[in-house]
Design a protein around this ligand. Structure first.
Ligand code: SAM
Ligand code: GLN
Length: 288
């Protein structure tokens, strides 16, 4: 298709990372078809309306607006999540974090997701674990509104509560969880200006982890024992080169730790639990 080739080239010239894929996805959105149909069946020229709608999306993309914001949705695990510029676009590496937990959790587990954003992690966990229930917290009311919508669409609202909270501040002191999971903001403040233009369109509040990027791990780990049952699990996504510092903080608080890599071979997750408890015994399995 000429329009596809033209757009691919235009995106490439403008420094868009996946020019062909993005051009195809945006064209599919306008034509309301899937990618196979686009390649196999789509021979007719675009109507004026379709062309004008497509042009608008192309203009947004060359301004480096993430495709997920343009489409208003992003696939994560088994579901499509609504996303807006108030939430981080859920990442494929975060799916690994959710998968690790699903693999080893069973029964009526209670899960706390700190910095829930679109709700991608906690909603996917509850969707996969039918007896689990949980709480998703975020400091952003706007993010929580998106997460609530996603929970309702995916059908887990009855087992999931959302709470606007600065880490633990608004959780009641007697709440206890089997698992605390978090993909907190972890980019060192000084690196924020070097982020790719697409990432810079995402909320600063979702990315900036303070001077060394470790502020949130420090606060979450220090308070974790107040909210975890004995033998409960702490599960984190981490940034590049943070495994050493995050495991050290966990060990200082009396947790055993394991690190799991992502598909690119980078240390990407830290799991921590007290020795001897259910998850303490399972740590080596979780990291596989
Ligand atoms: N969990 C989502 C995911 O993995 O796609 C979003 C993760 S995003 C990296 C971090 C989230 O933490 C953002 O939604 C941000 O609003 C939230 N956040 C930032 N500061 C916070 C705080 N002090 N307390 C709770 N959440 C916070
Ligand atoms: N993975 C995100 C990025 O580097 C950062 C997410 C976070 O701070 N938790 O684009």
């Amino acid at each position: 298709m000429k329009i596809l080739d033209w757009t691919k080239q235009y995106f490439a010239d403008k420094g868009i990372e996946n020019p062909h894929f993005d051009a195809a996805i945006l064209l599919c959105a306008v034509l309301k078809c899937d990618r196979i149909t686009l390649y196999v069946d789509f021979a007719r020229p675009l109507s004026d309306e379709e062309l004008s709608a497509f042009r608008k999306l192309v203009v947004r993309r060359v301004q480096h607006e993430p495709v997920a914001y343009i489409l208003g949705e992003k696939g994560f695990m088994k579901h499509s999540f609504k996303v807006t510029p108030d939430v981080l676009v859920p990442r494929p590496e975060t799916e690994l974090l959710a998968e690790s937990i699903i693999k080893d959790a069973e029964g009526a587990v209670r899960i706390l997701d700190i910095g829930t954003g679109s709700g991608a992690i906690i909603i996917s966990l509850l969707a996969a674990l039918p007896d689990a229930s949980g709480v998703g917290t975020d400091i952003s009311e706007n993010a929580l509104a998106v997460a609530e919508e996603n929970a309702a669409c995916i059908g887990v609202s009855e087992r999931l509560k959302f709470l606007c909270s600065n880490i633990y501040t608004n959780l009641s002191a007697d709440e206890k969880f089997d698992i605390i999971v978090s993909n907190p903001p972890y980019i060192p403040s000084g690196d924020m200006k070097n982020l790719a233009s697409d990432v810079r369109m995402e909320p600063v509040q979702a990315l900036d982890g303070g001077d060394d990027g470790l502020d949130f791990y420090c606060a979450i780990i220090k308070g974790a024992k107040n909210y975890l049952i004995k033998g409960g699990l702490l599960a984190f996504e981490i940034g590049v080169d943070q495994a050493g510092a995050v495991t050290a903080m966990c060990e200082e608080e009396g947790f055993k730790t394991v690190v799991r890599r992502d598909y690119a071979g980078l240390d990407r997750m830290v799991f921590a639990a007290e020795e001897g408890g259910r998850y303490g015994n399972m740590l080596p399995e979780i990291a596989k």
